[in-house]
Design a protein around this ligand. Structure first.
Ligand SMILES: NC(=O)c1ccc[n+]([C@@H]2O[C@H](COP(=O)([O-])OP(=O)(O)OC[C@H]3O[C@@H](n4cnc5c(N)ncnc54)[C@H](O)[C@@H]3O)[C@@H](O)[C@H]2O)c1
Length: 337
């Protein structure tokens, strides 16, 4: 490997641009090529970066160390496997894929090629999440009794209008994959595996523009015995309202809140006091809608730290797979009422 890690990107939409920005900003990385089937995007490619409309052609003609997979959800599996087979590590956007079997095939390809899959779960870097993670690592909350996850966002007409994949059952998968997999991931990151899931879903306000649910309420059981109440909707009126996780435990109650897990909204703790955190200005802003916290600089830095300094992968393929397994379990647990 040269003194800089060479990246290429497939999928140059909202999140592909974000990857490009941070690859260009990082002193240890360079962007060598971008692929998107939309030829009009060629005009937005930074100077000196090659553009392709075929992934196969880009992989054949490009010497790169890492492929960022920023295409719609249903393409994550084939595009990741293509990158691995071309000898590249891959950074794959969330969700890792749309089923556990797709994730398994990706993991097998990584093992065969000796390359690494980095699953993107950038909310793990949110300062409130890191503070609570440290509390849990020091066992300062004691036994976890109950967790409440609230994902109350808004996704309006414009969000679905310009897209040929959002809201499609086979290409998007549903809200738990596209909007709220970050929250499933943080639940898993903080509290470990889920063993049971049962819930109700409805499509209240998006029947004309999606094939999936827009609202759901689930009760989950975690392997450590905690019960979890997981509520989500994309029907919050006109704007995102809340993205929060509250933990009720033997030695404390803490709520990571805000719109996208960006504040410590409440704390009453026996052993410690967390610093006040209220980060308001750092959501991924896509103009027509707001997403999660913008930590993709840290995702790219993790690739540098792993490849240059032998550090740990922030979210491994196995963890990305576990999040998909929980989501699959939740959809399988939908009660038909
Ligand atoms: N981590 C996050 O917070 C975050 C935020 C937004 C999106 N995402 C994820 O990133 C992915 C893309 O989302 P987006 O909002 O950028 O979507 P988008 O529709 O804005 O962009 C997708 C791009 O992929 C291109 N594309 C489609 N098929 C292709 C193919 N076969 N080869 C090459 N290019 C192809 C499209 O032309 C489009 O430009 C999704 O999986 C989404 O879940 C993650």
């Amino acid at each position: 490997m040269s003194d800089k890690i060479r990246f290429c990107i497939v999928g140059f939409g909202n999140i592909g641009h974000r990857h490009a920005e941070h690859i260009l900003d990082n002193l240890n990385t360079m962007l060598v090529a971008v692929c998107d089937i939309n030829i009009a995007l060629q005009n937005k490619i930074p100077a000196g970066v090659a553009f392709y409309t075929s992934l196969q052609e880009m992989l054949e003609k490009t010497t790169a160390d890492v492929l960022c997979v920023c295409t719609p959800n249903y393409l994550h599996e084939p595009h990741t496997i293509a990158g691995l087979n071309a000898g590249m590590h891959t950074v794959v956007e969330k969700p890792m894929a749309l089923s556990v079997s797709e994730c398994d095939r990706m993991i097998i390809a990584a093992e065969k090629t000796g390359k690494t899959i980095f699953a993107v779960k950038q909310n793990r870097y949110n300062p409130p999440v890191q503070e609570v993670k440290k509390l849990l690592a020091k066992h300062e909350l004691g036994k976890i009794y109950m967790m409440q996850v609230n994902c109350f966002w808004n996704r309006g007409e414009a969000y679905y209008a310009g897209s040929d994949w959002r809201g499609k059952k086979d290409k998007d998968g549903g809200c738990l994959f596209t909007q709220f997999s970050h929250f499933v991931d943080i639940l898993y990151y903080l509290n470990g595996p889920v063993t049971n899931a049962e819930g109700l879903v409805r499509n209240f306000a998006h029947q004309h523009n999606t094939e999936v649910e827009d609202t759901g309420c689930f009760v989950l059981k975690a392997a450590n015995g905690a019960i979890i109440n997981f509520n989500f909707t994309t029907c919050a009126y006109e704007r995102n309202m809340e993205g929060s996780i509250t933990i009720f435990a033997e030695k404390g109650t803490v709520k990571i809140g805000g719109q996208y897990l960006n504040t410590i909204e409440y704390q009453k703790l026996g052993a410690a006091t967390l610093p006040p955190i209220n980060i308001t200005a750092k959501a991924n802003d896509y103009g027509l809608y707001q997403g999660s916290m913008s930590n993709h600089d840290k995702v790219i830095q993790n690739v540098v730290d792993v490849l240059f300094h032998n550090q740990a992968v922030m979210t491994s393929a196995e963890e990305g797979r576990e999040v998909v397994r929980i989501i699959e379990q939740m959809y399988k647990g939908v009660v038909k009422k």
